[in-house]
Design a protein around this ligand. Sequence first.
Ligand SMILES: C[S@@+](CC[C@H](N)C(=O)[O-])C[C@H]1O[C@@H](n2cnc3c(N)ncnc32)[C@H](O)[C@@H]1O
Ligand code: SF4
Length: 478
Amino acid sequence: MTDQAVIDVAAAEDARDVYAPSANDIIDLMMGILADGLDHPEVWSQVGTFLEHLPDLPTALSSRIDRTWDVADRTKLVVLLIICFAARGQTAFALEQIEPISIQNSLSTLVQGAVFYLQSLADPENPKFDLSDRFCATPFRKFDVLDGSTHLCCASWIAESAGDLGAADQWQDVWNSETAQNIRASILDGSYRYCNKTACPQIGASTLPTKAEMAARSEKWRDIIENERSELPEGPERVTLAYDNSCNLSCPSCRTEKYGANSADRERFDRLQENAILPMLAHSQLVDVTGSGDPFASKNFRHLMQRLTAEDYPNLRFQIMTNGMLVTPREWERFPSLHDGRVSFMRVSLDAATGPTHETLRRGARWSVMLDNLAFISELRKQGQIGHLDFACTVQVDNYKEMGDLVDLGRHYGADSVNFLRITNWGTFSAAEYAHAAVFMPSHPQHADFLAAMQDPRLKDPIVGLHDLSGFVAAKAA
Ligand SMILES: C[S@@+](CC[C@H](N)C(=O)[O-])C[C@H]1O[C@@H](n2cnc3c(N)ncnc32)[C@H](O)[C@@H]1O
Ligand code: SF4
């Protein structure tokens, strides 16, 4: 909430004896604050107070919903009505009501913030819901560069763009833009209002350090936290390149068809790389290629990786995220800049432990090639060419039964970690298709089986990371 909005809420309360705001005045006030589409925990927690003074608030909200055709506004009004149920003690009912809205708006910071708030009411002792004293360093050290937007975290967790690096005079203008500073301020004020709270694995697994713990780590963090610095003199430590979607596969979770950049896109990416990415990386420690397509399928990323030599970028290390299908001995030889331990982390996405599931979920992949390449990658790890080998699985209805076997596969190929994350709707699914894929939703017909699969003892292996699925381990299979 902005300072002005805080004042307005207080003023509305103080002045109620004088002019007694109506339920509709309060709805206008709340809708004004929610207009930015961000999470507003301070609004959700005020609803109970408003209800005490204005018992007709739910009726006024219902009538406003009936008269509102704008989908985004209607969703906000429905969310407010659901929060009213929770404020009257009907938390379980409120959670039930918000679930279909949550599925349809899985990328909405506002809706997911409201879901998070309702979950906090249902589980008040759980420390993961109190972010007021937690600190997330990501927006202070990370930059995700997309085509036309730049984000201070993974773009599906902080959707708000800090600016377009391709259009900026210099990368510093975007790194310290007004929005970038607002995002950092929202971490410092504990609202985390730009963050998708149900999607962020750090929030989900309650792994964020406290501000005091972070401040004790170094003088830099102490200064940022104690002086509430949102403008940073130094550039990003870690840059994720995600502007080129070119890929050799077309996984249904990610895209509806195969994509390769055309020559106009390639020229644009060349300019972006020359003007902003290469100068910025001179100050960075880690470059992450890629969250958008595949590093070995993109001509631009291939060229860039070859330019980032140990001679010119001695402090830079690579994090490679790949579907693994192109990581053959012959390809590896074409990238000397990746050799000699410069790949500190390689994530291979493996959404299955069997051929049929892999070839369905990784459309265009061949399981036999994947197994050959995994053997080669495993060898690179043993030789120390790769510092850390990670397998990642996007959990969904078609693969949840293979999670335990995937841990065995990780052990077999010497993976240092095997990470499981929920599938989110990146716009490739209709609401019904996503509801079918999202087996972790309590209303899913196979949810009980999913809970049973989550109790597989192999998921307790120390190399396993469960992130936003960790809450299901303690749950008993129905
Ligand atoms: C988009 S891919 C890009 C890197 C590389 N091509 C790969 O597959 O690893 C990055 C990660 O996103 C995951 N992913 C794909 N679709 C997803 C979805 N709908 N929700 C969550 N993660 C998804 C992939 O499994 C992969 O681990
Ligand atoms: S391999 Fe990665 S980038 Fe390519 S389609 Fe699949 S998830 Fe998307």
